[in-house]
Write a protein of this length. Sequence first.
Length: 393
Amino acid sequence: MSADDRGFLKDIHHVTVDYARDRYAGHPRQGGIFNFGHGEIGVIYNRATCRYEVLSDIQHDYGGYHSRAQVIMARSYDNGQTWDRANDVVIYDESAPLEVRQAFLAQGASPSVARLDINLASPDTAIYFGRTYTGEGDPPAMVTFAIRSTDRGHTWEAVPTLIRAPSGHATVHKDGHPLVQMPDGTQLASMSVGTPGGGVYLYGTDDNGLSWEPLARICQDPTGDGRPTYAGLLRLPSGRLQAYTLNIDGLRDAIQMNYSDDGGYSWSEPKPIVRWGESPWLAHRRSEHAGRGPRGKFYRSPWPLRLADGRIIVIFGRRKLPYGIGVLISEDDGRTWSSDQVLRADASTPDIGYPVATEIEPGCVFVAYYYTLDDGNNFGGTRFIAGSFFRII
């Protein structure tokens, strides 16, 4: 089967994870997904009250809904079909008083505070990489931290690990893509840095997350006009590391991948894994789309996942009409890729995406993301967490 013929999705159906007309639930890729086995899945995302009255109600980051959001772990015991909402865990509260958040961060800056001995390789362990605002500067400076759980996310350590940006960069952040476990018991993670320069760096820990150090730069935009971000890291059975990113503006605005064969210290040049001229999305445009604004992007927030049978998929949000969730598929360890596959194309706004995914049985994938459907709320509808199941033929 050629790269042009393969990769059709089947048995697609959708579920609702978290929906209420008076709140904004979004950005699960910033939190992550944890498959603890025996049907138990945890998804971490942001949730805030939302009136859907003025634009700032739905805006992102500082001053928008993130500033009043709690970080939630929702849980399913049947591989994502239903969700036990009565036992949601609040992992972090960005709406807490500034002095409370500052005191929390200060613990991580103190070498005298005792830390838990946690095995990151344990199937019961979870880790969350958060970002918060310190109250200093205009806008306030962003601080990235990590906290760990030993009991499948039911409780979380009180002392954070502060993540430092590489020399010469002001900020660093990591989304919720899983860590890469190395044969010697150490872990790797890909993280995005801010200006100046931007780019994606490889970080490592050899003390189970008590500290994270930058090891190498994975990629940057050579034009200086754009930046790669949404980093996700895979390790193939051969030992090759692959980094999946989205390059925004500059050289290209597309999902790309590069690799390392020496444990992450040197990296190939990124190459796009998408191509123009074979779009299945055009067939999903509807008459009601006529006259609607052309803003938005073809690709956002890619999430790579290697399946048990060796195939690699990348799930992404599409923020150009028709809005939806798409999938890319490789059957040869990333050398060639299918054209876009449409998982769904019925969103009412481009404020969607940030998928997280896990394989719940061989060949069957569950993916969670935030989405919008026109339910009468302003700005195109309520922002909620949805889920989809699919198989690949």
